[in-house]
Structures are given as structure tokens and as C-alpha cells.
Design a protein around this ligand. Structure first.
Ligand code: AMP
Length: 257
């Protein structure tokens, strides 16, 4: 497995792999079984699997959230190697945003809903880093989790609007046995908070926004939103805060025929 730290190095690593399908799995590390599902899907469908490992400062609002984001590069590289990744792209922040950097991608309407309302600038950061990764790696396929349903919608829109030639593959949400969607942020939950957080998948399973809200509130969770989102397919999406940890989850609902 090659670990590339610079744009030049990752391009060089991929130069002689262009005759087969190149798959990209963007991650911020702290890898868990959700990431592994994306890597397995990429390994299945692509000749070359590239995983990016970059905690993107541009998509964080609070400095405390960015600074407290779990990081363990040594372990992540081991996990990536075991998952059959060919190339890891793990750049520094200054490699991606050198002094003078000033170019941003804004998916205006979709990026302003829901998460966008509660985390202003978040999707601008996500769209920008993903477009940069797409132009650096030039993948044929890029793999994203259903867990971040709005991210998928925003990126699908960007790919269409900018005529990018890549296929976006969406991988179903991986959950723990108790129903909680896996997230790098789950490690911050105390046992008591984790117990309360289980109201989130339970509430979404009702597939009804009003019922879900009452379940979340009864569990003492602060609800940022729980709404039927205008995605394809329509999706019941929620964000809650459990103590100082913010969790998101969603269930796609069938298209009405
Ligand atoms: P992150 O490292 O949190 O930015 O996530 C990297 C990718 O993994 C994103 O496409 C996420 O949607 C996806 N992902 C995160 N958690 C899960 C999960 N529980 N199941 C499936 N995919 C996930």
C-alpha cells in the first residue's frame, strides 16, 4: 500500500493504473465498520482503491469540534492495508489549502437546508474538498455512505452541475447491534449518553417526523431537526445533540408510486 502525502505523489502513484477502474473512498479517518463497508464495495468494483484520509478544516464550524475530532493515523493505515486499499492519500492541511487559497464550491440551495442551516459553511467545505479530491485522484467511481444522506444529495448535484465524469456509489448505513449508526463521534458518548442516543434510530424507524420528534424529546435529546427531506428517495433525516456530541441519522423512505 502506497501512502501519498502530496498531490504530486498521489498522481504519480496512479499514473500507471489508469487502464482499470479507479475507486475513491473519501474519509476523515477514525475508521470503523461503516468505512469498511465503503472500502469493501470499492474493492469489489474497482481495480485500484484509493482512500483519502483528511480531516478537512473547511467543513468544521467550531474549532473545538475540529480539534477534538478523533485521530489515529497509525491504526487507520493498518485498517486500510487490511481492507486491501492500494493508495492512501493523507495530505496535510497546507497541502490542500496553501496560503492564498480562495476557491470554493457552493451547492447553493441543497447545501443550505437541514445540516446547512445548523452548520453554515459545512457543505461548502464538503463540496470543495470533494471536488479537489475528484480532480486530484480522477476516480471512475466514488463511494459515500447513506449515513450522510444530505452529503450524497449535495455531491450528486455538484457532479451533475459541473459535468464531472464519475459514478457516485451510495453504501447503506452500517449500524451497531443496538441500532445506533456507526460514527467516529460515537466514541465521545458516555455509557449513559449512548443509551439515550438509541432513541435516534428508534425514532426514525417510525418513519414519521412528528412521532419521531416526540420520541427524541421524551428521551431528553436536543433536536436540531427531524424532517422529511426532499431527497431522492424522500428521506426522514434528523440531527440531535446528546450532551456535547452531535449525531445525525436518516432512513430513506420508498418513492411514492
Ligand atoms: P467520515 O470519515 O465521517 O467523513 O465518513 C467517510 C465516509 O464514510 C462518508 O461517505 C460517510 O457517509 C461514510 N460513513 C460514515 N459512517 C457510516 C456508516 N455508519 N455507514 C456507512 N457509511 C458511513
Amino acid at each position: 500500500m502506497i501512502v501519498a502525502r502530496t498531490v504530486a505523489d498521489v498522481r504519480a502513484a496512479l499514473a500507471d493504473r489508469r487502464d482499470g477502474a479507479v475507486g475513491l473512498v473519501p474519509t476523515m479517518g477514525a475508521l470503523h465498520a461503516g468505512h469498511l463497508a465503503l472500502l469493501a464495495s470499492a474493492r469489489d468494483r474497482c481495480d485500484t482503491v484509493v482512500m483519502s484520509l483528511f480531516v478537512n478544516p473547511a467543513q468544521f464550524g467550531e474549532p473545538a469540534d475540529l480539534n477534538g475530532y478523533p485521530r489515529d493515523e497509525g491504526r487507520d493505515l493498518e485498517v486500510a492495508r487490511e481492507a486491501g486499499v492500494d493508495v492512501v492519500f493523507a495530505p496535510s492541511a497546507v497541502e490542500m489549502y496553501p496560503p492564498g487559497y480562495q476557491t470554493w464550491v457552493d451547492v447553493t440551495a441543497l447545501g443550505a437546508l437541514l445540516e446547512g442551516e445548523h452548520r453554515p459553511g459545512h457543505f461548502r467545505g464538503v463540496a470543495t474538498i470533494c471536488l479537489k479530491l475528484f480532480t486530484i485522484v480522477r476516480p471512475d467511481l466514488a463511494f459515500f455512505g447513506q449515513k450522510d444522506a444530505q452529503q450524497v444529495e449535495v455531491l450528486r448535484r455538484m457532479i451533475g452541475d459541473l459535468h464531472l465524469e464519475l459514478e457516485l456509489v451510495v453504501v447503506p448505513t452500517v449500524r451497531d447491534a443496538d441500532g445506533l449508526a456507526l460514527s467516529s463521534r460515537n466514541v465521545r458518548l458516555s455509557p449513559e449518553e449512548r443509551e439515550r442516543a438509541l432513541a435516534l434510530p428508534r425514532a426514525l424507524a417510525t418513519r414519521d417526523a412528528a412521532t419521531a420528534r416526540s420520541i427524541l424529546e421524551a428521551a431528553g435529546l436536543h433536536v436540531d431537526y427531524v424532517e422529511l427531506a426532499p431527497f431522492k428517495p424522500p428521506t426522514l433525516a434528523a440531527a440531535v445533540r446528546v450532551g456535547s456530541t452531535r449525531l445525525i441519522d436518516n432512513v430513506p423512505l420508498e418513492e411514492e408510486s
